[in-house]
Write a protein that binds this ligand. Sequence first.
Ligand SMILES: O=C[C@H](O)COP(=O)(O)O
Length: 221
Amino acid sequence: MTPARAQIAAMIDHTLLAPEATAGRVAELVAEAAELGTYSICVSPNQLPLQVPQGLHLATVCGFPSGAHSSAVKAAEAGEAVAKGAQEVDMVVNLRLVKEGNFSDVDGVQAEIRAVKEACGQALLKVIIESAALDDEEIVACCRAAEAAGADYVKTSTGFHPAGGASTHAVALMRATVGDRLGVKASGGIRTAQDALAMVEAGASRLGLSASAAVLAGLED
Ligand SMILES: O=C[C@H](O)COP(=O)(O)O
């Protein structure tokens, strides 16, 4: 059965990560999220702290969008975001380490995710693996490292990488790797109700969307 509009809305991180976004534009995002009934809003860390209506969650990003920051910088950024009220942190994985095959818990991908998770405390951590830039083996290895490091979700994409955004193939592979132990967030390039439903069908439990209104307009109540 096709999920109803409200069910999909409750899976959405309504997202505005344009670097030039003003406080005014973020206020519009918050109002739109409240009206649409999305799970959260996701904004850049320079928008925090931010008042949101009760029931609407507050998410931000870390090491965004390249992931090329040092582990210490990412951990500090995550800690500061949580101190400013972020309930969820979406960090970008270190793609250099991924491509070099260093998933180690000492100086590799796993170690970095663990450091950020520790800085998050009770806040949820989602690990953006930039799946369009990875092969299947790398996607699986990233998901395993994220799980081993204590992350709460794996997430496909920043929406800013030239290789592209979410695909149903990547989502299905990520879901197959993490089972029901972690969430899977599909994000990047999801523009229509059909796109969103395909991601959910493939195994997504959260959707990161800037086009939330257009996506929800295509669904029945
Ligand atoms: O993390 C979420 C993405 O930035 C959203 O990407 P999008 O603007 O293609 O929907």
